[in-house]
Design a protein. Structure first.
Length: 238
């Protein structure tokens, strides 16, 4: 608000200076105290100089204020803040080119229940990640192969992959498991799980080979190539 007020004040001062010069010139002419080419002309020149000075000053203030506004203050960590370490947050527990991975937690008064909740949450997250990848791969494959009934092919292939994933989720590999006792006595369990890409691809190939309609438009080698390319994207995000 102070900057806006100052800018307005400078602009007003420039206008007042110019107006004052005009009034002085008119008064001098009306009183016939000067000649036609005398002080009135000099006053007119002075008015121009004064207006130029104030205009330059106003522009300088505008540019300076604009520069100040463009600078953003960096957020600061408040005093007393405590750094929290989330279990299994390193790159080793993220999806890469070879494995789908997921990390989640569960809380309960009972350790066994907390662990079951954590596993269920992690499996749900893992299934969602696999589904998103399969959807992207299927769309690319259908475009490149120019499948006749593209929408039907994608839908059936995604449904087939969901069936396979749901069957494999019961046998996911647990790669991390940590338990914590909360201040109120409850137990919090964190788990990290993974599913190998190769095992998933093999199960999908076996399932698709038993479906006559999918088998007609399914090129196993090309689908695997696109799948590998999609999985490699996770490496750059780790």
């Amino acid at each position: 608000m102070r900057i806006e007020f100052f800018k307005t004040g400078v602009a007003a001062a420039a206008l007042n200076a110019a107006s004052g010069a005009d009034n002085q010139c008119k008064t001098a002419m009306e009183a016939d105290t000067i000649s036609k080419h005398g002080r009135c002309s000099t006053s007119h020149k002075s008015r121009g100089k004064i207006f130029g000075i104030f205009a330059a000053l106003a522009l300088a203030v505008l540019f300076t204020a604009g520069g100040c506004k463009s600078k953003k203050e960096m957020p600061t960590i408040q005093a007393g803040s405590e750094r929290l370490t989330v279990p299994f947050s390193s790159a080793a527990y993220r999806t890469d080119a070879s494995n789908f991975r997921a990390v989640n937690m569960g809380t309960s008064v009972d350790y066994s229940m907390a662990r079951r909740i954590a596993l269920q949450n992690a499996r749900t997250e893992l299934a969602a990640g696999i589904a998103a990848t399969v959807k992207a791969v299927t769309a690319q494959y259908a475009d490149q192969r120019q499948v006749a009934n593209r929408q039907e092919f994608q839908t059936r292939l995604e449904e087939e992959s969901r069936t396979v994933v749901n069957q494999m989720l019961t046998d996911v590999r647990i790669i991390g498991d940590e338990a914590f006792r909360e201040p109120d006595g409850r137990m919090t369990v964190w788990v990290a799980i993974e599913m190998p890409k190769d095992a998933l691809m093999q199960a999908m190939n076996n399932s698709i080979s038993r479906d006559e309609r999918l088998r007609l438009d399914f090129d196993q080698q090309r689908f695997r190539q696109i799948f590998d390319e999609e999985m490699n994207k996770f490496e750059s995000n780790r």
